[in-house]
Design a protein around this ligand. Structure first.
Ligand code: 5GP
Ligand code: MN
Length: 344
């Protein structure tokens, strides 16, 4: 929920701003991109000059999002990104709360001189922003941003297009409204957006309706050849090497959802997906129940996120990372058991 007092400062800084930069995290998901574009639409309509910036390209499954082609990508156009960061009077940090989540764009962001405003729902926010709307219990940044826009008096500016951008973030961050983070407020926001013309079916169809054959094959390969299930530890791992991904003509977004396949194996409480890329191994952690993958990711892989969904990375080789994960199995199992022990 958005507290009206949080918005007083937002309003003050926005009133005096001419150039606004909207930033979100590396490997941007639907919550990151959808909120960036929806906020840009709202602020542009109030006469501001707005630039959306991302460290790298979003998944092709988000190509349908209106405005996505205008986002400045740091990896493609560092000069243009730097200019926008430095020219901005106000900079938004959406769907992330630590500047290291910007990866290669972090240094440029650190030298920006404008006022930072944050809207985020991850645990443990850094204190670089001057003002923030932060709620780690909220299921998505999109849900929070709806409250921000409404609180700034912009509810009527949310048309069917903006609603679809926000809905995409809400839908994907909640596993299609399945996770425990979903609240009655989540559904109230959606009800409100449906009254504004939201076509929810079109959003589901655009994101999950169909997929390239290569992606389907990559998932099948990963499940058959690269999944390790350890029933005695209630844990499953799945990993992909750079060669595996090249074999199936990997593109951004192809591995989305793979970690949930591991988590979906009967009896599995903790799942890890590890993916080799040029400069690092990126990991996704998921759990069901009380085991905190956020704490695990932070402790072992310099990561963070949410209680049941987190991420991290390592500069070790994929082989070393997988060996380290296997070595951590007893610790994971002990952690799961500790959370399941009867309390009191
Ligand atoms: P995913 O596995 O879908 O990439 O990320 C799961 C959650 O963890 C998301 O909320 C994401 O923002 C967060 N996350 C992913 N990678 C990292 C990371 O390296 N550091 C931190 N702090 N959070 C991450
Ligand atoms: Mn999010």
């Amino acid at each position: 929920m958005v507290d009206a007092s949080d918005l007083v400062e937002f309003k003050r800084h926005l009133d005096g701003a001419h150039h606004i930069a909207i930033t979100s995290h590396r490997s941007p998901d639907a919550d990151a991109v959808g909120t960036s574009l929806a906020l840009a639409r709202f602020l542009s309509a109030t006469g501001k000059e707005v630039t959306c910036l991302l460290p790298d390209a979003p998944d092709e499954a988000l190509d349908w999002m209106p405005g996505v082609e205008d986002i400045v990508l740091f990896e493609r156009d560092p000069g243009k990104a730097q200019d926008a960061l430095h020219r901005a009077d106000v900079l938004f940090a959406l769907d992330y709360n630590g500047l290291n989540r910007l990866g290669p764009m972090a240094d440029a962001a650190r030298t920006a001189t404008g006022t930072w405003l944050m809207v985020d729902h991850h645990m443990g926010p850094e204190d670089f922003p001057t003002a923030r709307v932060h709620d780690a219990r909220c299921s998505s940044t999109a849900e929070l941003l709806w409250g921000v826009i409404a609180g700034l008096g912009g509810k009527d500016a949310v048309d069917a297009t903006s609603a679809s951008l926000l809905y995409a973030g809400m839908m994907t961050d909640t596993g299609s409204f399945r996770f425990s983070s979903v609240s009655s407020e989540t559904h109230r926001v959606i009800a409100d957006m449906m009254d504004r013309g939201l076509d929810h079916t079109a959003v589901h169809e655009a994101i999950f309706g169909e997929q390239p054959m290569d992606r389907m094959k990559l998932h099948a390969f990963a499940v058959v050849e690269r999944m390790e299930v350890y029933p005695e530890f209630q844990t499953a791992f799945v990993h992909l090497t750079a060669d595996d991904m090249a074999r199936f003509h990997y593109r951004a977004g192809y591995t989305e959802g793979l970690v949930n396949k591991a988590l979906g194996v009967a009896g599995v409480k903790v799942a890890v997906f590890a993916k080799e890329s040029t400069d690092r191994v990126k990991m996704s952690f998921r759990s069901v129940g009380d085991f905190s993958v956020r704490d695990f990711a932070e402790q072992h892989f310099d990561g963070g996120g949410h209680h049941n969904a987190a991420g991290g990375a390592s500069t070790e080789s994929i082989g070393v990372v997988m060996a380290r994960l296997r070595g951590l199995l007893p610790e994971i199992a002990a952690g799961i058991q500790a959370t399941e022990a009867p309390k009191g």
